[in-house]
Design a binder for this molecule. Structure first.
Ligand code: ZN
Length: 303
């Protein structure tokens, strides 16, 4: 009887739900947290992958999740400035406020492109501190994963070795995928594209694309008829084959531009969770590279 009780007591901790609650602003951050947190954490994202991360209707139910959270992770660079701050203060959980161990800004240490010398809000665009879509380079994904793993090890030191080992497997797998993606992206080298929002500078640099213009004249600013006219002329003059748009923009105008200029429209997801097939951070690059390649009518290189 005694030994039976001892066994039962030993089993108890493993029956309890994941001890560490992680709330992230975007699904890419939640996906990376799951890679390094494994079964020790529960990660949930406030924004869904199919939503424009600049403008999210955050549900009040997230106040409760944030209240219980041990770790909050944001993209930063003002990506979530319109909606995350109010939730964070409203949750009344000092553990996850900036400056405390439960708050992590994922942009620190990442390679951020288009950084202005000083914050410039005079143009009214939504990228005043540099381009906040930096998770679209797997090299930055690795930096984010390392920082989340280190922070989890600090918050939950009893399992530090496990977080380290999860990170090691993630790094190994990412290394393999990087080689695969580099091969896959070879036909894209030097390909000129136009995108709706300025979401893709890190992705473009990693995979050799050239983003030559945007449907939005500045990030978050809707296009004027004059801008659209200039764009149509540029796309047909420069024979740009592809227009890439994020799934959360109305595709009516982009379709018209593509038609008038003789280009193809590709609806390209910039986040994990944007479509049912993109469940992990790895899926995102697999999906997007193959989508661009198939739009180009090229056969994917088999590794
Ligand atoms: Zn943006």
């Amino acid at each position: 009887m005694k030994s039976y009780l001892a066994v039962a007591l030993c089993l108890l901790p493993s029956l309890s739900p994941a001890a560490i609650q992680v709330v992230t602003t975007t699904e890419d951050l939640a996906a990376l947290a799951r890679e390094v947190g494994g079964g020790l954490i529960e990660a949930q994202s406030i924004a869904k992958g199919y939503e424009d991360p600049h403008f999210v209707q955050a549900k009040p139910s997230y106040l409760l999740k944030l209240k219980r959270a041990n770790l909050f992770v944001q993209i930063g660079l003002e990506l979530e400035v319109a909606w995350a701050g109010a939730l964070l203060t409203g949750a009344r959980n000092s553990r996850i406020l900036p400056g405390n161990p439960g708050f992590l800004d994922a942009s620190e240490g990442c390679e951020v492109l288009e950084k202005p010398l000083s914050a410039d809000r005079s143009q009214g665009d939504v990228h005043p501190l540099g381009n906040p879509h930096y998770w679209l380079d797997p090299a930055n994904g690795l930096i984010i994963a390392r920082r989340i793993a280190a922070r989890l090890a600090e918050l939950d030191s009893a399992h530090a070795a496990e977080y380290r080992s999860n990170l090691a497997s993630f790094e190994k797998r990412l290394g393999e995928k990087n080689r695969e993606w580099a091969l896959l992206a070879k036909p894209l080298n030097g390909l000129s594209v136009v995108t709706y929002h300025n979401s893709w500078p890190n992705f473009a640099r990693r995979f050799g694309l050239r983003v030559v213009n945007f449907i939005e004249p500045r990030p978050g600013i809707p296009p004027s008829p004059a801008h659209v006219q200039t764009l149509v002329k540029q796309i047909s003059r420069e024979k740009i084959a592809l227009i890439l748009i994020e799934p959360y923009f109305d595709d009516k105008l982009p379709r018209k531009i593509a038609e008038d200029a003789g280009a193809h429209l590709v609806i390209l997801p910039p986040s994990t969770g944007a479509v049912p097939g993109i469940k992990t951070y790895f899926d995102l690059f697999d999906h997007d590279l193959k989508l661009i390649l198939s739009a180009l009518g090229k056969t994917a290189v088999k590794s």
